[in-house]
Design a protein around this ligand. Structure first.
Ligand SMILES: Nc1ncnc2c1ncn2[C@@H]1O[C@H](COP(=O)(O)OP(=O)(O)O)[C@@H](O)[C@H]1O
Ligand SMILES: [Mg+2]
Length: 255
């Protein structure tokens, strides 16, 4: 059965011309992400993982090739159109939450959701945010300031913010990069739940335990996709074996 393709990159290239000589960071990447898939991007530091994520999510403009989201070409959109697609069709989780210090947790989550919603849909957006906070176990800290909650709670709040607009793809760049291992597991459990409920996820990580949650891992070296590994759905009871298998594959690649 052929899966629906949600996101596609064709001959994607990114060169920074600000350096002398120019830095060719992505060198012709072809990538296809299926609807509902949890794709993980790995590679050594500096291999171009973040650049790839930013280029396929419209945060940055590639210098060559195409990106298609649900069949729509993103690379030819204006900045304003692209901003609208990001706001309404994509969710983002970063290593740091980038929340506003003068707003409480709930208002930080609500802000982009309200911006994305039409006038008639504001109440629905608010209801959705409250349901998400309930689902990810942070209702009790909704009125806390962002410095009054744990790193794990903050990342779960980031996930709520990212999902509030019902994106077709959730992009995550090192979502556990600033967390200890127990908070990291807590956030990965949340992302595994997001995946199981059908959201397409594209995540960058350098942590094999985190990467093991994905259905498929692709490996970047110097801006080139050198290998990919299909692992199928993650199961808690087989987590260790899965992580060991992934690690063996990574070691073979020189990770
Ligand atoms: N704005 C920029 N200007 C010039 N070079 C950059 C810029 N951003 C990233 N790079 C370079 O691109 C390469 C890949 O960076 P990045 O995508 O952040 O890698 P990763 O996320 O895998 O660590 C690095 O060599 C980095 O120095
Ligand atoms: Mg990076």
């Amino acid at each position: 059965m052929k899966q629906n393709v949600t996101l596609e990159a064709k001959a994607l290239a990114k060169t920074y011309f600000s350096t002398e000589p120019p830095t060719e960071v992505l060198q012709g990447i072809d990538l296809s992400v299926s609807e509902g898939e949890f794709l993980v991007i790995m590679g050594a530091s500096g291999s171009g993982k973040s650049t790839l994520l930013y280029s396929i999510s419209g945060m940055d403009r590639p210098t060559g090739g195409q990106v298609l989201l649900e069949g729509r070409e993103l690379t030819s959109l204006s900045d304003a159109e692209m901003a609208r697609v990001r706001l309404t069709r994509m969710g983002f989780v970063f290593q740091q939450a980038h929340f506003l210090g003068n707003l409480d947790v709930r208002d930080n989550i609500l802000l982009p959701a309200l911006k994305a919603a039409s006038k008639e849909n504001k109440d629905a957006a608010i209801a959705r945010v409250d349901a998400l906070m309930e689902r990810f176990g942070i209702v009790h800290v909704k009125n806390h300031g962002i410095t009054q909650v744990s790193g794990g709670q903050l990342q779960r709040a980031s996930i709520c913010r990212a999902l509030a607009g019902e994106p077709s793809v959730l992009f995550a760049d090192e979502p556990t990069g600033a967390l200890n291992s127990s908070m990291s597991a807590e956030v990965m459990d949340a992302l595994t739940g997001v995946h199981r409920s059908g959201t397409t996820i594209v995540m960058v990580t350098h942590d094999p335990a985190v990467a093991a949650r994905g259905d498929r891992v692709i490996y970047l070296r110097d801006g080139v996709l050198v290998d990919s590994r299909e692992a199928g759905p993650w199961q808690a009871e087989k987590a260790q074996q899965r992580e060991d298998d992934l690690l063996a594959w990574l070691r073979n690649l020189g990770f």
